[in-house]
Structures are given as C-alpha cells and as structure tokens.
Design a protein around this ligand. Structure first.
Ligand code: MN
Length: 271
C-alpha cells in the first residue's frame, strides 16, 4: 500500500493523469497525498476536483490558498477574478458537492506509515507551520479552525479574506494564513507574505519557515508541503520536502513515493 505525495496540481489535469499512470496508481491499494491548491491557474480545475472526489477513499489532502479562494467565491457569491480559471467549476451543477468536500478537508494532515520496516510519522501542510507549534498544538488548532469554518463558512471565509473584520479570533486567522500562505518569516516568527522569490534572494532579516529548528519535527519524521514553486523542490532540510514544482507555470508536476522517497516527474503542458 504505497503512499504517494503530489505537489500543487492547480487544475493541470492532463499532467495529473499522466503522473498517476506513471506511478501505476491503484485506487484499491495506494494512497495519494495532495499538498493543496488542487485548482486555479491551470485549465482543468473541475476535472481535477471531480477525479479526486470520485476517488476520495484513496486521497489525503490539505487545503491551500487557491482552494480557500474558490470556497470564498462560492460561499460568498463573489465573482471570480480575471486571473482565476475555475469558472467551469463555479458553473458546474453539482458544485455544492465539491465545495462541501473541500470545506471538510484539513489544513494539516499526518499519518503513521511503514518506512524501512519502521513506523514513521509523516505530515503534510500546504504552505508552512509556525516554528514553535508542536504537532499536538497544530492538530488542536486545525480542528478548532475546522469547526469554526464548518459552523459558518460564509463568515469565516469573509474574515480570512479580510472583507469582514472582527468575527474570528485573530489567532485562527493568523494560523490559517500560515498554514496556507507562508513562505518566509521575519525574526519575530511572523510571515512576510510579500516575498515569493527563491531561497537565495531573501532579505537578511527574513528566512524560510523551515530553516530553523521546528518544534513540530520533534513529533514527525518527515514533512511534505507545496505552495512555494520558486524553491523548485529544494528546501536544504533533509526531512522536509517541497513538492510544488510549478506545473501550472510550465515546469513540472512532482510525485514522491513516501516509503522510499523515489521521485516521479511529469513535464508540464502549460506555457
Ligand atoms: Mn498556494
């Protein structure tokens, strides 16, 4: 029962399907971990989501910023932006089923799997984890946030996207933003959301969120994440793996078999 992780698909359905063929993905036996941002920017968001939903028993996924953006547009009836490419999803007659499926997904996922005949804990998040958060704290916060999101999706999403202030406690907003959007953090540990470049041009007052010793890694053997395509898959940290390799920007889609860390890459068909 191999576990494969895949980076941000972002509506690149052809590459996604090609990758599943390459890894000989078997829905009766294997698990696919998806690092979030399943949709937007690429051409086939609806096809990606329909496939993942149809095979949901084999899927583990976490929410990314683009998934949340879609949920905000859907639940708050906000027209999609000029740069957004998920209009076919918004117009799909069963969109509510797919929106509810996403709404129920976690921000952080972890599971124990067999690696080298040992049980190891592997975690997944879309963007990042605050330096000082233990796995237990991450899990409790994720669960509290999920309860708030499910109890009132409209208001929660409005607060996240800042079109309504003050309804949700700031700690939840900050945590969701860290899980779904962080790349570099300042010395005080707060994210600087403006930086999207590679690891070499970060100002000396900031550093990648995974560069310092993370409390979370005391309880995890391995962590995968997406979101930061400019890293091109490299973090420089042995047991923390970046999987967004910019498929929707014309680069590639990366799959990683968690049991032996073997990589499988599909060339992007996007420009
Ligand atoms: Mn993202």
């Amino acid at each position: 029962m191999p576990n494969y992780a895949v980076g941000d698909i972002q509506g690149c359905f052809l590459e996604f399907k090609e990758g599943l063929k390459l890894i000989k993905f078997d829905t009766s036996r294997d698990f696919l971990w998806i690092t979030g941002d399943l949709i937007n920017k690429g051409p086939d968001s609806l096809k990606v989501l329909k496939y993942v939903y149809a095979n949901r028993k084999s899927m583990h996924l976490v929410l990314g910023n683009h998934d949340l953006h879609f949920l905000n547009c859907f639940f708050n009836k906000i027209p999609i932006g000029k740069e957004d490419t998920f209009d076919s999803l918004m117009k799909y007659k069963k969109v509510i089923k797919l929106a509810n499926y996403l709404l129920n997904q976690p921000f952080v996922f972890s599971k124990k799997i067999f690696i080298d005949k040992k049980i190891q804990s592997v975690g997944m998040v879309h963007a990042g984890i605050p330096l000082d958060m233990s796995l237990k704290k991450v899990e409790i916060l994720s669960r509290l946030i999920k309860m708030k999101l499910l109890s009132n999706p409209k208001k929660f999403l409005k607060s996240i996207f800042k079109n309504e202030e003050g309804f949700i406690e700031e700690v939840f907003i900050d945590t969701v933003n860290f899980f779904t959007r962080a790349r570099v953090v300042k010395r005080n540990g707060k994210p600087d959301f403006s930086y999207k470049g590679n690891k070499n041009n970060i100002s000396k007052n900031s550093f990648p969120w995974f560069d310092k010793k993370l409390k979370l890694m005391e309880d995890l053997d391995y962590l995968v994440f997406g979101h930061w395509a400019a890293l091109e898959g490299k973090t420089g940290v042995e047991n923390i793996r970046a999987l967004d390799t910019g498929c929707c920007w014309g680069k590639e889609l990366t799959f990683l078999r968690l049991e032996d860390k073997k990589e499988f890459k599909v060339q992007s068909k996007q420009k």
